[in-house]
Design a binder for this molecule. Structure first.
Ligand code: ZN
Length: 144
């Protein structure tokens, strides 16, 4: 705990709770795998949502590759959010499903293929919060 009135030094955090930023090593997306049925879920779980196991659900790192399951091109958003952009659902290789933005592709449905292979990349978000903390977020990019 820090002394009263002393602000902690700004840090880099994950923009979502399951994006982990270790002090040493690369940031990664955290998942859970059930040792009983093999189900993989995004985030840290204590029980398995598929088979109901209450023990043996272990923390894992999600893969950094996946395939595009579905997408929508977003044309309207909050003021200040640049549009259009592609909001995508990706099935992570090895298990888990993520929703995020697909970068590096023209936001034209004719140019986006279902099931296309993608890389899951972790990048800094341009904005900082009021305490000067930086954030990392994950995005999808076509894998060529
Ligand atoms: Zn299970």
């Amino acid at each position: 705990m820090s002394a009263a009135g002393v602000k902690p030094a700004p840090t880099t955090k994950g923009a979502v709770p399951f994006l982990k930023v270790p002090k040493d090593g690369e940031p990664y997306l955290a998942g859970s795998k059930c040792s009983k049925c093999g189900e993989v879920a995004v985030g840290t779980r204590e029980t398995c949502g598929k088979c109901g196991a209450r023990q043996g659900v272990e923390p894992i790192k999600l893969a950094s590759t996946g395939r595009l399951y579905n997408f929508t091109v977003v044309h309207r958003n909050f003021p200040g959010v640049p549009v259009p952009f592609i909001s995508a659902i990706v099935d992570v290789d090895g298990g888990g499903t993520l929703k995020g933005n697909l970068l590096g592709v023209e936001p034209d449905p004719a140019k986006i293929a279902f099931d296309m292979p993608v890389n899951i990349v972790i990048r800094p978000v341009p904005q900082k919060d009021k305490d000067g903390n930086s954030y990392l977020a994950y995005f999808f990019e076509p894998r060529t």
